[in-house]
Design a protein around this ligand. Structure first.
Ligand code: NDP
Length: 293
């Protein structure tokens, strides 16, 4: 069996197109331009790449993009003052603080100082609680992108067995909440899980969010299962060059799975598309406009 490739890159392009046409309409009809502010503290190279890409795509869909690049030594008080200023800026509808932050800054404190209505990453404790209780919230972008691809492929997810490998606050836990919200039977696996291969073999849906290159082999996968690979790992090849791989061994898993997201070109592009969609949603809510679907 050869798995269907779930093309996250193409799906993300359709999401961005929808966002763009909605943005065009509210600009014309309501005179409102959604605005996203991204705050980067320090010079982490991967974070710089993400921030640049986010800014570029924000502009491409017609939104206002503001980038605040702060020195690695920035004090917590200065960062909180900037967030306060953005919270009170009516032209900014989404605020994203790029993680990880330098060690001297308290990440929880910083994230929880963002106005929950502008928290387009969905990491504020209020949004976490709202998601957990099935109420309207801002949903974290990476798991939201995974859910969209799963819904698109399966239609209904009701009753399916889902195994999420990884229990981080930014991917694993919200992913599990979203799958539960769609009536999956959800198992969250992590580094202490006993007999992980057996647990994964029960799954109709596997979401791997571990951060370990190609950890999940084909013989852990039930025939026909859908595999969503969140992992982004840079590894060195034999010729000394590097390449990106996921948490799933694509070669062996794609022979058994029914469908699989590739790395790159799967979950990654969907994450930024969902950030744009969340910013648009935040803007519509702030202005009492009809939300995008
Ligand atoms: P974290 O390091 O925060 O969490 C990793 C999780 O994997 C932890 O819960 C950990 O368990 C679990 N784990 C580690 N080793 C094992 C193991 N041997 N068996 C089972 N579980 C294990 O990572 P993130 O959730 O932030 O990210 C996960 C991956 O997704 C990374 O590769 C990251 O780069 C990628 N990512 C991709 C994004 C995208 O846009 N595509 C966005 C965000 C992340 P425990 O809790 O017990 O330690």
């Amino acid at each position: 069996m050869s798995a269907k490739i779930i093309d996250g890159k193409a799906f993300a392009a359709t999401v961005r197109e929808k966002v763009k046409s909605h943005v065009t309409r509210i600009k014309e009809e309501d005179g409102i331009t959604p605005g996203l502010a991204v705050v980067l503290v320090g010079e982490d190279p991967a974070s710089q790449v993400y921030v640049r890409s986010k800014g570029k795509q924000t502009v491409e869909v017609g939104m206002k993009s503001v980038e605040h690049k702060l020195d690695a030594e920035t004090s917590e008080a200065d960062l909180l003052a900037l967030i306060d200023q953005l919270n009170n800026d009516a032209s900014i509808h989404g605020i994203l603080v790029q993680l990880p932050l330098p060690k001297h800054l308290n990440e929880d404190l910083v994230i929880n100082s963002i106005d929950p209505a502008k928290d387009v990453d969905g990491f504020h404790i209020s949004n976490v609680g709202l998601l957990g209780t099935g109420q309207r919230s801002m949903v974290p972008c990476t798991p939201l992108g995974c859910l969209m691809m799963l819904r698109d492929y399966h239609g209904s997810l009701s009753g399916l067995n889902a195994v999420v490998i990884g229990r981080s606050n930014i991917v694993g836990k919200p992913m599990a909440q979203l799958l539960l919200g769609d009536s999956c039977t959800v198992t969250i696996a992590h580094s202490r899980t006993k007999d992980l291969p057996e647990v994964v073999r029960r799954a109709d849906i596997v979401v791997a969010a571990v951060g370990r290159p190609e950890m999940v082999p084909g013989d852990w996968i039930r025939e026909g299962a859908t595999v969503i690979d969140v992992g982004i790992n840079r590894i060195e090849k034999e010729d000394g060059k590097t390449k990106l791989v996921g948490d799933v061994d694509f070669e062996s898993v794609s022979k058994v799975a029914g469908a699989i997201t590739p790395v790159p070109g799967g979950v990654g592009p969907m994450t930024i598309a969902c950030l744009l969609a969340n910013t648009l949603t935040a803007c519509c809510r702030a202005n009492g406009l009809m939300e995008p679907e």
